[in-house]
Design a protein around this ligand. Structure first.
Ligand SMILES: O=C(O)CCC(=O)C(=O)O
Ligand SMILES: [Fe+2]
Length: 199
């Protein structure tokens, strides 16, 4: 299924999870200014993962921020969070207002072009509470984002536009994978911020 219009009250997933797309929540000029600011001032680093014993450095860049210097483990590597910048705190406030939830950390991803993406995964690490809310804010290039059910393999896809907010709640991470497919059509960078609730 592909979704074109959006309705923030409508659950995008047909069963076993709750995902809501709010469309753009940031003013055009503000989104542009904050995107340039984040490109400059975030401590971007290529991600390092260990898969089947192999050490891999990704082209995509990431950074972790939070209330405290939390450590977080995935793909067999442990990362340390930086403490919030003023811009991130401002975005956190806006996102919290729209999502009616409180977040204590954020993972930022920087995809330089459509040649970079994120393969199928769910954010079900033990540091995240069971059924905790994840709020995903997108800046820059519009990209396709997909969900795939772990048993039925049914997929649901939508386009995430600049300044848009996507909420993943309930049992979503238990039953669905998500991915950001690579594409040859996009040549501009995209920044994604996933605000999270760490235990
Ligand atoms: O870039 C995105 O939209 C998704 C990021 C994501 O799924 C993650 O960081 O876990
Ligand atoms: Fe994710």
């Amino acid at each position: 299924m592909d979704l074109f219009g959006f309705d923030a009250d409508l659950n995008i997933l047909p069963y076993d999870g709750d995902v809501y797309y709010y469309g753009g929540i940031l003013e055009y000029d503000f989104a542009k200014q904050i995107r340039l600011d984040l490109l400059q001032n975030i401590a971007w680093k290529n991600d390092e993962v260990v898969i089947h014993g192999k050490h891999i450095i990704t082209d995509r860049k990431i950074a972790w921020y939070g209330d405290n210097p939390y450590s977080y483990t995935y793909s067999n590597t442990t990362k340390q969070a930086h403490v919030w910048t003023a811009e991130l705190l401002q975005l956190k406030q806006i996102v919290e207002k729209h999502s009616n939830a409180v977040f204590n950390s954020c993972l930022l991803n920087l995809y330089h072009t459509g040649a970079e993406g994120l393969s199928w995964h769910s954010d079900n690490e033990k540091e995240l509470g069971k059924n905790s809310v994840i709020a995903s804010l997108s800046l820059g290039a519009k990209r396709k984002f997909s969900f795939k059910h772990k048993q039925s393999r049914e997929t649901v896809s939508l386009e995430l536009e600049e300044g848009s907010l996507l909420l993943m709640k309930g049992e979503t991470q238990q039953h669905w994978l998500h991915s950001l497919p690579k594409t040859t059509k996009v040549h501009e960078p995209r920044i994604n911020l996933t605000f999270r609730q760490m235990l």
